[in-house]
Structures are given as C-alpha cells and as structure tokens.
Design a protein around this ligand. Structure first.
Ligand SMILES: NC(=O)c1ccc[n+]([C@@H]2O[C@H](COP(=O)([O-])OP(=O)(O)OC[C@H]3O[C@@H](n4cnc5c(N)ncnc54)[C@H](O)[C@@H]3O)[C@@H](O)[C@H]2O)c1
Ligand SMILES: [Zn+2]
Ligand SMILES: [Zn+2]
Length: 377
C-alpha cells in the first residue's frame, strides 16, 4: 500500500510499504477513505527523531471501511463504516473502563504511556492512518461505527481527534457559565475549543494567534473576540490587562512549536527543550489568581524555563495530557447529526494522499489561508 512515512525531520514522503495484516484476533484492517493532518503531526515533522524510525507510517485522524476482522472481533464486520480514534484502547483495563482511554494499560506495554496511532515508540509503535490501510488493535473498542450512511466523511472525520479533544479540554478545564476564557492558538483544535467554550456558557472567549486568517475564522465561525500576536511583540502581560486581572481559564492549543513573543525571548536564556514553551509562559501571566491553565498543546521534552513559581505563587491549577476521546465520540456525533456543530467549516484543503509532502508544507507554513487538510487515499 501507499502511506505517508517519516523520513527525517521535515521529510514526510509517500512510499510503498507492506500492507497491514491481522496480527491479533482482536484486530481489524480498515481501508481508509479520508484522513487528516494534525498539529501533533507537525511536532513529529519537526522533532520526530527521538521517537520515530525512518519509514514509520504517521497519522492518527483516519476513517474508512472495515476490510477484514480477526476472530475475536464481535462489534465490527466487513463493510462497516468507521471513524478510528487516535487513542488505542483495549476496552477492559481500569483506564478504558473509566473514560481515560488515552492511557490504556494494554496498548503500549513497552512504555508508561498509552498507545496512540502514528506516534512512535513511546506510544506503542503503532503505524498510523495516513495510509491506504490501517491495522486497528482492539478494534471493537477502538472504533466508532458511523450510524448514518448518508453523512459525508468530512462531517464525522474529526471525531477521530480534534473534536473530542477540544470538547474534553473545555470540560477538563472546568469552563463554566460567565467565565472569561483565553484560547491560545486558533488552529483546528483552538477553533473547536472556542466553539465548545462558547457552548459551555463562557461570557468572554478570546482567540489568540499570530496568523490573521486563522483569527478571521475564529471570528466568523465562533463570533469570539480575537487578539493577534502582533509581530510577536505581545506577551501574556497584555492579555492580563485586556482581561482586567486575568482569565478564569486559559487553554493552550499551540504546543511545543509555539512562536516566541520577542519580549519573552530575551529572558529565556536557558532552554533545554525541543521547540518552545511560549504558550505556557504566556498563560502563566494571563491567568487569574486561582484560575486554570489547560495544556492541550503537545509537549514531548523537559522544559527548563517552566513558570512553576507563577503557578505556585498565584494558586493556578495546571492540567494537561492526551485527550481521552473514545467515550466522547457518540456524544459529539449526536451534536453533528443535530446540526449543533458543523466541523466542515474549518477544512480549507482536500488533497490526494499522494500529495502529502506538499500538504504538510502548506499546513506547516499556514500557506494559502490553510487551516485544516484532509487527505484522500
Ligand atoms: N492533547 C491532545 O490530546 C491533543 C490532541 C490533538 C492535538 N493536540 C495538540 O494541539 C495543538 C494544536 O493542534 P492544531 O492541529 O490546532 O495545530 P496548529 O499547529 O494548526 O495550530 C497551532 C496554532 O498556534 C498558533 N501559534 C503559534 N505560536 C503561538 C503562540 N505563542 N501563541 C498563540 N498561538 C500561537 C499557530 O499560528 C497556529 O495557528 C498541537 O500542539 C497538537 O499537538 C493535542
Ligand atoms: Zn491529532
Ligand atoms: Zn485499556
């Protein structure tokens, strides 16, 4: 089959690789019909070296048609149309049974983390879904059957990750009625987090990003306030002033490749981490006393300039992690089916899987007004 493979930093190439086969009786093989590129893939694109081998198949936002099932798969059959979550959950461990599927005990037995598609050896070394076919372990639990055949792929594809991730971020941060919420990053995850924060009753939602067209989308899609990091000369202090004492909740939807505001840069002389922690530094300043910072953006290395003192001295709660998405898929599907949310609004590019190298470039550069790319095998 053809698949998007990591061939070194900033080298995602479509190559011919072995077709996946059933390895365990609980596996299924899916023929992919649509698959997306995520901000998390960009972290691997830039810093994949420590966790990926050359030739590794990436991607974790796929959907498609069941092609084959193992002898112990009971809920799925050949021909079913499924969305595959980025979490791989066994379905019966403590974590899977208690809505914490991103930390399943049985899907990444060589590490202390849960299994994820397309994330390399720390997360179980499962090949990803930017491919023509995908092996799905624990397929009964690690899948969502699309109930309605007429609903297009584009409407349900993001149940795989970014919709439930954004929903969980807002819930986990404890956003409540009349809160002021700052969402750092107005990419796909940030845009959906803004939407769910508004739906949770937040009085004021402020979208922050350096990229103008992504803030335009925040305004048109979610009718929220926008704050452009102008020439990156803005720091958290400005957001603190704008919110007159800080936001109740700040959600980092940027992660480890955040651009650094210049005011901060001079101070961060010591830096051990890959990428930056600029969103966390901004959040530490822009959050209210006793507020909450939810770190949904992905960080994969230790950080030397982590603002521990700000969080401690101002009684800030900090929460983070890989979103447990499997239990949220049916609930968010209902929101889509009832037209409470139209996720297709963020898709700017639909391209052939064969053009993935170009697609990664466009998404990374935010070129051509890009927000989200869907690939079609
Ligand atoms: N925790 C999870 O389970 C989970 C799931 C999915 C995605 N993620 C992570 O969420 C993050 C966002 O994903 P995405 O697909 O929207 O990615 P993206 O890269 O498209 O979006 C990030 C946005 O942040 C903006 N940005 C850069 N520096 C900034 C700064 N200092 N302050 C504010 N904005 C800044 C960028 O311009 C961009 O628009 C990524 O880190 C991704 O890995 C986490
Ligand atoms: Zn993702
Ligand atoms: Zn499990």
């Amino acid at each position: 089959m053809h698949a998007v493979t990591w061939q070194g930093n900033q080298k995602m190439e479509v190559r011919r690789v072995d077709d996946p086969i059933i390895q365990e009786p609980t596996d299924a093989i899916i023929r992919i019909t649509a698959t997306a590129i995520c901000g998390s893939d960009l972290h691997l694109y830039h810093h994949g070296g420590p966790v990926l081998e050359e030739g590794y198949v990436v991607g974790h936002e796929p959907m498609g048609i069941v092609e084959e099932v193992g002898s112990q798969v009971h809920n799925l059959k050949k021909g079913d149309r499924v969305v595959i979550p980025f979490n791989i959950g066994c379905g019966h461990c403590h974590f899977c049974q208690n809505e914490m599927e991103s930390q399943c005990d049985n899907s990444s037995t060589e590490s202390l983390y849960g299994g994820l598609f397309g994330f390399g050896k720390l997360n179980g070394n499962h090949w990803g879904g930017q491919a023509e076919f995908l092996r799905v372990p624990f397929a009964d639990f690690t899948s969502f059957i699309v109930p309605e055949s007429s609903i297009p792929d584009e409407k349900v594809l993001f149940l795989s990750d970014i919709l439930p991730t954004a929903y969980w971020s807002v819930q986990n941060a404890g956003v409540k009625k009349d809160d002021t919420v700052i969402i750092l990053g107005s990419g796909p995850v940030g845009l959906f987090a803004q939407k769910f924060a508004v739906m949770a009753g937040a009085k004021r939602v402020i979208a922050v990003d350096p990229v103008a067209h992504r803030l335009d989308k925040a305004h048109s899609y979610n009718q929220v306030e926008t704050f452009q990091l102008d020439d990156l000369a803005t720091s958290g202090d400005d957001l603190y002033e704008l919110t007159k004492g800080g936001a109740d909740v700040i959600i980092d939807c940027v992660g480890m490749d955040g651009l650094e505001p210049v005011k901060e840069k001079a101070k961060n002389l010591v830096s051990l981490q890959s990428g930056t922690i600029s969103p966390i530094q901004m959040a530490a300043k822009a959050v209210k006393k006793f507020g909450t910072v939810q770190i949904t953006g992905v960080y994969m290395t230790p950080a030397s300039s982590y603002p521990l003192q700000e969080f401690f001295m101002r009684n800030v709660d900090v929460k983070h992690g890989q979103a447990p998405v499997i239990h949220l898929m049916p609930k968010i599907y209902e929101m889509i089916a009832n037209d409470e949310i139209d996720p297709t609004q963020i898709i700017t590019h639909t391209m052939a899987l064969a053009d993935a190298t170009k697609a990664y470039e466009i998404f990374d550069q935010k070129a051509d007004n890009n927000i989200k790319v869907v690939l079609k095998p």
